[in-house]
Each structure stands twice: as structure tokens, then as C-alpha cells.
Design a protein around this ligand. Structure first.
Ligand code: ZN
Length: 503
């Protein structure tokens, strides 16, 4: 079964080369040039983006980094751009396959060995699972760290994902440091112990193992994975939690793995790590119609800015950035991209994600890794702890007490979150204030709960018992059937409304 699935996805990956959702130009197979391109004027970045060039970073308003095939470079030069070649990919790094411990760059194999050892040494609080294979059949490892790791509990789910660009390995090692800190300090350090006991912490240190091994930004199909997620509205696949099927057909295998994994869970907060700059890049990366360089806010803009600052304020070089005030930037305001992972997580899964750039050099000297950890340790822990703010609770059926698959919104804010139907628990991150909570379940009376006060500390608990919309009295059978149809229709209408709201 697994081999059939892998085969199907491999075929899907290949066929995607013809279509490449989210990647207007590509795939970029063979040699890829890292180019430093002069921007002749303020409109040039938008033109390059619209032309489908793969923009990597942009720190200086006069220059931009572009990853280009030789043909694309020739086209840039023919169009009058001044272009300097900085490096070439793929450039397979020399790895010490026996590398062990912190502060060293790991290969896919040595990282795998470390993760297996961590899970084996800490069976009470760690589980190593694979989300599935990459194009070249390497595993996308996910380490779960929590108490009772085999049970679904009333705990928020959090994730860190790193290195979807294979040539940006600092985050992989920062995840390794964090794993080590959480597992080895558990039971002695009360802060870490509380975090592990109260949170389902997922860490995917290496989302693009093929890129890491080959020294490439792209996956083995030549695709930029952070341009290959379903986009909105061109690529609209529907909202999984609103009842639409998850359509991962034609997606890159690594993207499809993340889509399925995320859809099976209810992540509340997450971040993904990169290098090339030092900044927290927050939602949205793109809203259709808003040009690159212009702020594209979500309905949770103030909250998301506060979460971004939670990370940057604890990272002194990031907070002191001369390029990005306080070390944070809206994604679109920096430079917009389509098909990015963070926009998908928020729009389709109700999970707040952030794209965190850890270092200006793509791969700084290994000797600097302890310094990067010193700058990111408190940020990674504080951002993780922020998953416990806002409002939380359990939604159940008032008669049976069973957990429900519910949709929770805050009045005046269309962005929904969803319960985990196994336990019925939900988490709505919010800034301090007073809110009206709306809980909807198809076939149940909607509940509106005013005056819920949120403090700066731990989340306010709001458990909700839902009442079924009663059927008409069961006299003639035809009437009962009509009642069932009415309830079903009510559910359908509500689903449609959910979809409309998300639009
Ligand atoms: Zn990146």
C-alpha cells in the first residue's frame, strides 16, 4: 500500500513539471545560478516577480538575489539588467556522515541517526514519525515532543519546520538544539517541563532533504517548495476543515506530505526557518491585487505582529536590524510571493505560521552555530510558549458529552479555527481584550458567547456544550424524512457560508 502510494506521488511529482502550481516558470533542473541583480528603479522588483523569476532575498532596495537557469540569466541580461553570478547550484556539501552532537552541520543520514537516538533515549516524551518520502525517497522526519505522546490530549499543537530550501541549513541545526534542550531539560527545568507537559510540540528539522544533500534551494524536481503550495484564489482547493476534500493532486511530494500532515492535525501556531536575511516575515506573503512592496495584512494583523515581535525581541541582532524595523516585516511589504507555505497554513488550516530568516549568509561557518543558538534559544522558546494565549476550550454535544467538529470565530473577525474532533479542543490565539465567541457545528444551534475576557497570560477557558437542532415530531415517516433533509440542508448552507466567509 505504501509503495503504491509512493509510486502515485512520484508520478504526481513528475507530472507536476508540466503544470507547476504556484511556479509560473520552471522547473529549474540542471545548473542554477545565484545572481545578484541590480534593480534599476522602484518598479523593477514587481516586474521581475511578474515575469516568474525566483526571487530569493531582497535586503537592499537597489539589488535582489535571483535563482536562475542560464537561459533566464541570458534573458535578464538581454532585458538590460546588470547581473553578477554569486554561486552555482547544485553544489553538494561535504558532510561528515558521522557527525554527532550540537554545533555541527548534519547530513540527511547523520541527522536521521540523531533523531532516532533522541526518540530512543526519551520514549516517555518523544516519538519520531515520517511524514512520507521526498522525490528521491528520503524521509521527511517529524519529532513529536510531549507527555503521553501516544494520546490525543486537550493540548495545543505547535510546529517548527525548517529548510524547505535545501541550501539554508541553519534552521535544521537550531531545531536540533531545541530538541536537545527540550528532551534533556525535561524533568529538571520547570519551564521546559511545563511546555512539554502542556503542548504537542512537533519539529520537522528538514523539509527538503534532497536539496540539502545536493546543495540546492530546490527539490529534486527543480521546484522551489515555498512557491508550490496551493494559492488563493487561482489555485483554490477549498478549506479542508470546512468539509472540502484536500486536493494535493499535482503537488510536489514534499508539499503533499505537509498538506496531509497539517490537515490531519489542528496546528495553532508554527514557524518555518530560512536563511538569506535576519527577520520574521509575517502573514500575508501575498493578496491578489496588492503589489509587491505593499503591506498585505490578515484579519489578525495586530496579533500576528505581536507574535512576530515575541520572536524578534529576544534575538538581539534581529531586533536591532537596520533593514527591518524591530526585526519584523509583513511578507508582501518585503516582497510578495505566491504559493508560499505560511499563507496556505493560515488561509486553509487556521494556523498562524511565520517565515523566519535566521542568518544573512545562506550557510554560515559551522563555528558560528553556537552563536546563532544563543541568539535564537529564547526566541524559539518564547514563541512556542505563545501558543498558550487567547481562548481555549472543548466543544461537546450537550446530550452525549461527545466531542464535536466545531468552527470557532470571534465576532468581527472572519478567520476561523477548528476543534480537533478527537478531543473537541480548540485554541484561538488573541491579544488581551474582551471578545464575543461564536461556535458553529452543522446540525446544532449556533452559540454566541459575549464578554470573554482575554489577559496577557494563559488562555481563558471557554468550554461549550452544543444543542442539536431538534427534528419535527416523528408522526408520518415522510415528515421525519423532511426533517432530516432540513437539518442536512442547514448543514450544507452553513458549510457554504463558511466557504463564502473564507473568500
Ligand atoms: Zn528560504
Amino acid at each position: 500500500m505504501r509503495s503504491v502510494l509512493v509510486f502515485c506521488l512520484a508520478v504526481a511529482g513528475l507530472s507536476a513539471q508540466a503544470q507547476i502550481p504556484g511556479n509560473p516558470v520552471g522547473p529549474r533542473l540542471g545548473t542554477v545560478l545565484e545572481l545578484d541583480v541590480d534593480l534599476p528603479g522602484p518598479g523593477a522588483l514587481a516586474l521581475l516577480g511578474e515575469a516568474g523569476y525566483n526571487i530569493g532575498h531582497f535586503s537592499d532596495p537597489s539589488r535582489v538575489t535571483i535563482y536562475a537557469t542560464p537561459e533566464e540569466r541570458d534573458r535578464l541580461m538581454a532585458d538590460g539588467y546588470t547581473v553578477r553570478e554569486v554561486a552555482r547550484q547544485p553544489a553538494p556539501p561535504e558532510f561528515d556522515e558521522g557527525a554527532k552532537g550540537l554545533g555541527v552541520y548534519h547530513s540527511y543520514t547523520s541527522l536521521t541517526n540523531e533523531l532516532l537516538a533522541y526518540a530512543g533515549d526519551h520514549p516517555a516524551i518523544a516519538r519520531l514519525v515520517t511524514l512520507g518520502a521526498s522525490v528521491s525517497n528520503r524521509q521527511l522526519w517529524a519529532l513529536l515532543i510531549t507527555d503521553n505522546p501516544d494520546e490525543e490530549e486537550d493540548e495545543p499543537e505547535f510546529k517548527y519546520v525548517s529548510t524547505m530550501h535545501g541550501d539554508e541549513p541553519v534552521g535544521t541545526e537550531m531545531c536540533h538544539y531545541l530538541i536537545d534542550r527540550l528532551l534533556t531539560a525535561y524533568g529538571t527545568d520547570s519551564r521546559v517541563t511545563d511546555l512539554v507537559n502542556e503542548t504537542e510540540i512537533w519539529i520537522v528539522p528538514l523539509m527538503n532533504p534532497d536539496g540539502l544533500e545536493s546543495g540546492s534551494r530546490f527539490n529534486a524536481n527543480g521546484i522551489d517548495l515555498n512557491r508550490a503550495f496551493p494559492d488563493f484564489p487561482v489555485d483554490y482547493v477549498g478549506t479542508f476543515h470546512d468539509g472540502d476534500p484536500l486536493d494535493d493532486a499535482g503537488r510536489q511530494p514534499e508539499v503533499a506530505r505537509i498538506l496531509r500532515w497539517t490537515a490531519d492535525r489542528r496546528f495553532v501556531l508554527s514557524a518555518n526557518f530560512h536563511t538569506g536575511a535576519v527577520v520574521v516575515n509575517y502573514l500575508y506573503d501575498h493578496i491578489p491585487g496588492i503589489p509587491t512592496g505593499v503591506d498585505a495584512p490578515t484579519p489578525d494583523n495586530a496579533l500576528i505582529r505581536a507574535l512576530s515581535l515575541e520572536y524578534s525581541t529576544h534575538n538581539p541582532p534581529m531586533f536591532a536590524s537596520l533593514t527591518f524595523p524591530n526585526g519584523v516585516s509583513n511578507g508582501s511589504e518585503w516582497y510578495s510571493i505566491t504559493g508560499g507555505m505560511q499563507d496556505w497554513h493560515y488561509r486553509y488550516m487556521g494556523c498562524i505560521d511565520a517565515t523566519i530568516e535566521l542568518a544573512v549568509p545562506k550557510k554560515p561557518s559551522q563555528s558560528l552555530l553556537p552563536i546563532y543558538w544563543a541568539n535564537n534559544e529564547e526566541s524559539m522558546l518564547s514563541y512556542l510558549e505563545a501558543v498558550h494565549r487567547g481562548i481555549r476550550g472543548i466543544v461537546t454535544d450537550a446530550d452525549t458529552g461527545l466531542p464535536l467538529d466545531a468552527r470557532i470565530t470571534i465576532q468581527g473577525n472572519l478567520q476561523p479555527v477548528f476543534t480537533d474532533p478527537d478531543v473537541g479542543d480548540y485554541y484561538r490565539l488573541l491579544l488581551p481584550g474582551a471578545y464575543t465567541v461564536v461556535v458553529e457545528v452543522p446540525g446544532y444551534f449556533t452559540q454566541t458567547i459575549p464578554g470573554v475576557v482575554v489577559s496577557a497570560g494563559s488562555a481563558t477557558r471557554v468550554d461549550v456544550e452544543m444543542n442539536v437542532i431538534p427534528l419535527p415530531a416523528a408522526r408520518p415517516i415522510a415528515l421525519v424524512l423532511t426533517g432530516v433533509s432540513l437539518v442536512a440542508a442547514a448543514g450544507l448552507i452553513r458549510r457554504k457560508r463558511w466557504r463564502a466567509n473564507r473568500g
